[in-house]
Design a protein around this ligand. Structure first.
Ligand code: ZN
Length: 345
């Protein structure tokens, strides 16, 4: 299906139905078991697709309905990770505590990880599809390591496994593979020292587009408190965008709505696809289409329309479902306003 200009998509996650997992909760436990859980996940994916298609979103995700947390979907199915050895650590430079599993042996894929999910998603929609996985640095930051001895070594090992998986998913018909790297806004030195190399290794040779999602996190209290410490202008992207512009990744997904990111930083991403966060996930107020349009118009001063993909700032899993649906509609309608302006009609 050919792309229009300003194709819309979402960062990745959508809220889960209350019968599947506790709403508005990260790492929410499943409410179903066994075969009923598998069926329930698939039903939830159908609803997530339906909500996106009904709103008019162009590039569809599965709403991450099949994973408990955006990092666990991949990690749960790796050999070498022991989920019976859970330990509480500070993640994202100790911004919050998380109970994480332990790497106790060399990491390997036991087999395909997301193939079944992608086959299902591909069969359920005629729209283009995007599939998300955690990036190497973010996984390394969300796990306890007793095997590799350095985050760089662990990250490069993860990158090789992500690349194996991503190549298979691209062959199954995924149009865009996204790696989520919120850690890229936290460990700026590590991004330069090994993060970019790991990201490049993870997307090498893909037969589809690639994008890295770098945000300021879900709209939860710990992140809102952290954002208040970042000053009048958030300039973290200023360090990473030139490195990404020179890298092999095709695009960058960033936070722009309701944030203090200077939109001019988009100028540092020349030649890359820009997945423009035009919907704020830290607020339960649904944007008006005009508010979304305003963010897009601002971005158009620094990047061409065919490179801009209006998007959400981050995942919407912690939001109420009706708010999330409202934001999907606002994203599509606000984008349509700008398309009409550009076409002069
Ligand atoms: Zn995010």
């Amino acid at each position: 299906m050919p792309g229009k200009m300003l194709d819309t998509t979402i960062a990745g996650s959508l809220p889960k139905p209350a019968w599947l997992a506790t709403p508005r909760t990260l790492w929410a436990p499943w409410h179903l078991e066994g075969a009923a859980l598998e069926e329930g996940k698939r039903d939830a994916v159908r609803l997530a697709l339906r909500d996106q298609e009904e709103a008019g979103i162009d590039i569809i995700t599965d709403g991450e309905q099949t994973r408990r947390h955006f990092v666990w979907g991949f990690v749960e199915r790796l050999e070498g990770v022991d989920f019976s050895k859970m330990i509480t650590i500070g993640i994202r430079a100790d911004r919050y505590k998380a109970e994480v599993p332990t790497v106790t042996a060399p990491l390997r894929r036991k087999g395909p990880i997301h193939s079944d999910e992608v086959r299902y998603l591909r069969a359920q929609t005629r729209q283009r599809i995007k599939f998300t996985m955690p990036g190497p640095m973010t996984i390394a930051d969300t796990i306890h390591d007793t095997q590799y001895g350095s985050r760089a070594k662990l990250g490069m090992a993860l990158a090789a496994l992500l690349n194996e998986e991503a190549r298979e998913l691209a062959a199954l018909g995924v149009d865009v593979i996204q790696l989520d790297e919120p850690a890229f806004n936290v460990y700026m030195d590590e991004v330069r020292d090994w993060g970019i190399a790991a990201l490049e290794a993870a997307v090498e040779g893909l037969a589809c587009r690639s994008v890295v999602h770098i945000c300021y996190g879900y709209g939860i209290k710990a992140n809102k408190d952290w954002k208040r410490t970042l000053g009048h202008e958030w300039r973290q992207y200023e360090e990473t965008f030139p490195l990404l512009a020179a890298s092999r990744v095709d695009g960058v997904s960033l936070e722009c709505a309701g944030s203090r990111v200077p939109v001019a930083l988009l100028g540092l991403l020349a030649g890359k696809d820009v997945y423009l966060g035009a919907v704020d996930v830290a607020s339960e107020t649904v944007e008006t289409p005009e508010e979304v349009a305003k963010v897009i118009r601002g971005a158009l001063r620094h990047a061409p329309a065919h490179r801009i993909f209006p998007c959400t700032n981050c995942g919407m899993v912690p939001l109420p479902r009706e708010v999330s649906r409202g934001k999907l509609h606002a994203l599509a309608r606000g984008t349509e306003l700008v398309r009409r302006e550009l076409l002069g009609s």
